[in-house]
Design a protein around this ligand. Structure first.
Ligand code: MEV
Length: 422
């Protein structure tokens, strides 16, 4: 029977009712229904309050990247990711960076801003002037909507103005800057922006439409640097390979996208582990990569006088250690405990270092032996597992698949049967 996905009131059903309906519509068997009911460390009801139309939960592995020394402090970095080799690669490069002192990360300010779109202004210059004169008053109104943040030392601090030309005419875009302290900050800045809207309309004579955080968090930039020892990297040939890979990314947006994807392998794994908003981080990173007008790599490379590789990363990172999922998700709480970061800025410093390590690891592998070699041994173990090979034979079957250059489930079964017959 053809499926009809038009289901009214699915969200109104109880979790059990939704599961039941889904099982019927998608012909789920008992084993699959049991999978839906495996909520792990979550209370099913708790899941049901997080998003709509919940039918189950979804687990991913959490690994720990080791060897990281950032600003003289050692870190264990939890990473939630499904891709083999990523955690090992970051740990390996962090070990190499240690030889020259580890990573040096600059302080990251917790400044976020909400954009306020003011349209239909008759005289932009005069509106701008009036808004400028009333800036203090607007900031004060914004702060009245979060006295707690003020008490803690944060709050709205300034308003920036930009004029943009659009197909619907000129618009004045206000950026309400807020020190959000240890939060990611989207909720705070959005609330404040909504609170000052009536005053902005009154002062400017314009009509406000959107009031929303910008994920291009250019006031929350993380900068990190490390020196990667030439010998440990694999000598001059490895350093030159990485520099040549970097030139490729600088000159070609098709390559820069993949280069930056490698960086995000690390940063997103940490973002997810700590219950932060992965989409916001991705959006900000890629927008920042294109701010010059063409898409560029988020890292830079050079060498020092000893021929060691100097790597640098610069990326907007709106990460929080309070609010959102960071305190609700038990694994996010645990991840933050393992990380032992004292502020959102410190978390961003760690994320930047991880992104840099991840990038160098990928470039080194690509420039030297190629990425598939490392990937394949883990991948082939996964395939052997999926093929139903018992644990004690996985290594053997995986190795044979690599030798045969056939990393496939059917081939894993063939090898396994051959071993069994012996
Ligand atoms: C794969 O997840 C990431 C890489 O493609 C990154 C890169 O090409 O730099 C290996």
């Amino acid at each position: 029977m053809k499926l009809n996905s038009e289901i009214s009131g699915f969200y109104k059903l109880s979790l059990e009712e939704r599961q039941k309906l889904l099982s019927k519509l998608s012909s789920l068997n008992a084993e699959e229904i049991a999978l839906l009911n495996n909520f792990g460390y979550f209370e099913p009801r708790q899941m049901d309050t997080l998003i709509e139309n919940v039918v189950g939960s979804y687990q991913l592995p959490m690994g720990i990247a080791v060897n990281f020394k950032i600003n003289g402090k050692d870190y264990l970095i939890p990473m939630v990711i499904e891709e083999p080799s990523v955690v090992a690669a970051a740990s390996n490069l962090a070990r190499i960076a240690r030889k020259q002192g580890g990573f040096q990360s600059e302080e990251v300010k917790s400044l976020m801003f909400s954009q306020i779109q003011v349209t239909q202004i008759k005289d932009i210059n005069s509106a701008r002037q009036k808004l400028m004169e009333n800036k203090k008053k607007l900031v004060k109104i914004a702060n009245e909507h979060d006295p707690f943040l003020n008490e803690l030392g944060g709050g709205a601090i300034d308003i920036e103005m930009r004029e943009i030309n659009t197909r619907n005419g000129k618009m004045l875009i206000l950026h309400l800057l807020v020190n959000v302290l240890d939060a990611m900050g989207a909720n705070v800045v959005n609330t404040m922006a909504e609170a000052i809207t009536p005053s902005i309309e009154e002062i400017s004579g314009g009509k406000v439409y959107l009031r929303i955080v910008s994920n291009l968090a250019t006031h929350r930039i993380a900068r990190c640097r490390a020196i990667f020892d030439k010998e440990l990297l694999g000598g001059e040939i490895a350093v030159n390979g990485i520099l040549t890979a970097y030139e490729f990314a600088l000159a070609d947006p098709y390559r820069a996208a993949t280069h930056n994807k490698g960086i995000m392998n690390g940063i997103i794994a940490l973002t997810l582990a700590t219950g932060n908003d992965t989409r916001a981080i991705e959006a900000g990173a890629h927008a920042y990569a294109s701010l010059s007008g063409s898409y560029k790599p988020l890292t830079k490379f050079d060498t020092d006088s000893g021929g060691n590789l100097i790597g640098e990363i610069e990326i907007p990172l709106a990460l929080g250690i309070i609010g959102g999922m960071t305190k609700i998700h038990p694994m996010a709480r645990l991840a933050l405990k393992i990380l032992d970061v004292k502020s959102s800025g410190e978390l961003s410093q760690v994320a930047a270092a991880l992104g840099l390590a991840q990038n160098v690891a990928a470039l080194r592998a690509l420039a030297m032996e190629g990425i598939q070699k490392g990937h394949m041994s883990l991948h082939s173990r996964n395939i052997a597992k999926i093929a139903g090979v018992p644990d004690h034979l996985i290594e053997k079957v995986a190795k044979q698949m690599i030798e045969d250059k056939k990393i496939r489930i059917d081939h894993a079964r063939v090898i396994f049967e051959r071993i069994e017959k012996k």
